[in-house]
Each structure stands twice: as structure tokens, then as C-alpha cells.
Design a protein around this ligand. Structure first.
Ligand code: 16G
Length: 165
């Protein structure tokens, strides 16, 4: 069982079979024209990103080897319907370990109820383990805490702080 038994899928979808007419794969350049930003805009402000800006940023991310941006495409529509990213951050601590960060988990409102969020988070959490991250973390809205708990995430006694510009 690919998902390591604790998380169950019914119907039994998996990364290689995410559902009828759907495919799960890494982000590619052409996804700019498949509504990738439209999906991201359901999470937060994306700004008006040009194709050139997207290409430059994406090339940079790929060159680091630390960005695992995955998408679900509706192949009939040729549209991205969900996305999530795993980033590995390099550390000196923990014997020069890596820490995983799960970011930008979004499922299009058109595609809710298909277990896609569950699929993406399970896949990236397992990937972080495979990549030998000593921990994997995420920030989420209070209403999503119960969702992430299903995958083994727990609130820590550390406080998340930020300084916004
Ligand atoms: C959520 C996202 C985070 C994203 C942030 C954007 C998950 C698990 N968390 O916290 O990755 O960067 O929203 O919000 O998807 P912001 O625009 O207020 O920074």
C-alpha cells in the first residue's frame, strides 16, 4: 500500500491513478497556460505574473533541486485542478539534515470531494520521509488543523511568527 496504511482512500486512488480523467505529475512550463495560477489564486493573492516571470522563477526552483511542485491535471479539460509543493531546506543541525516544508496546498473548488488534497499531502509527506528530512512542517488556517492531523501533523508548542512587508 503506497500510502503506508494510516491514511485510507475510498475509492482507492493513488498517485499513479488519481481518479477518472485526472493525472498527478510534476509541474511543467505549459501549466502556466493550463490555469495553474487560477488554482493558486484560490489560496492567496498571486499577483499578475507574466509568462516570462513564471519561466524564470520555475527554472530557478528546478535548478536548486529542492522544489517538488506537483499538480493534478484534468486531462479532458487540459486544466490544473490541484497543486502542492514540498521544499527541502538544508540544515547544519541534526547532522546536516534537511527539513521539509509543505506549501501551497490547493484544490480547485470545482474538484472538491475527490480526495485530491489528501492525495497530495500524503504523497508529499511520504516524499519528505524518503528524502530523509528529519521533520516536515506546514502552516495552515485553524479550520484546516483537523485535516492535517490525519497525516500525522500535530500542533507544536512553538509559536509561528511572521513579519509581513
Ligand atoms: C497557507 C499555505 C502556505 C501559503 C500561505 C499563503 C498550506 C499548507 N499552507 O498557509 O503554504 O504560503 O497559505 O498565505 O498550503 P499568505 O499569502 O497569507 O502568505
Amino acid at each position: 500500500d503506497w500510502s503506508n496504511n494510516t491514511v485510507t482512500f475510498s475509492p482507492p486512488i493513488s498517485p499513479s491513478s488519481p481518479g477518472e480523467g485526472l493525472v498527478l505529475r510534476p509541474l511543467c512550463m505549459a501549466d502556466f497556460n493550463r490555469g495553474f495560477f487560477k488554482v493558486l489564486s484560490q489560496l492567496t493573492k498571486t499577483g499578475d505574473v507574466t509568462p516570462e516571470q513564471f519561466a524564470k522563477k520555475f527554472e530557478h526552483m528546478k535548478s536548486t533541486g529542492d522544489y517538488y511542485v506537483i499538480v493534478v491535471e484534468d486531462t479532458n479539460m487540459g486544466q490544473i485542478v490541484a497543486t502542492a509543493t514540498l521544499i527541502t531546506e538544508h540544515k547544519f543541525i541534526h547532522s546536516c539534515a534537511k527539513r521539509g516544508r509543505v506549501e501551497e496546498v490547493v484544490v480547485s473548488d470545482m474538484c472538491r470531494g475527490k480526495q485530491l488534497g489528501k492525495l497530495l499531502v500524503t504523497a508529499l509527506t511520504l516524499l519528505s520521509k524518503k528524502l530523509n528530512c528529519y521533520k516536515v512542517t506546514l502552516e495552515c488556517a485553524p479550520k484546516n488543523v483537523a485535516f492535517y492531523q490525519k497525516f500525522g501533523y500535530a500542533a507544536s508548542d512553538e509559536t509561528y511568527m511572521q513579519c509581513r512587508f
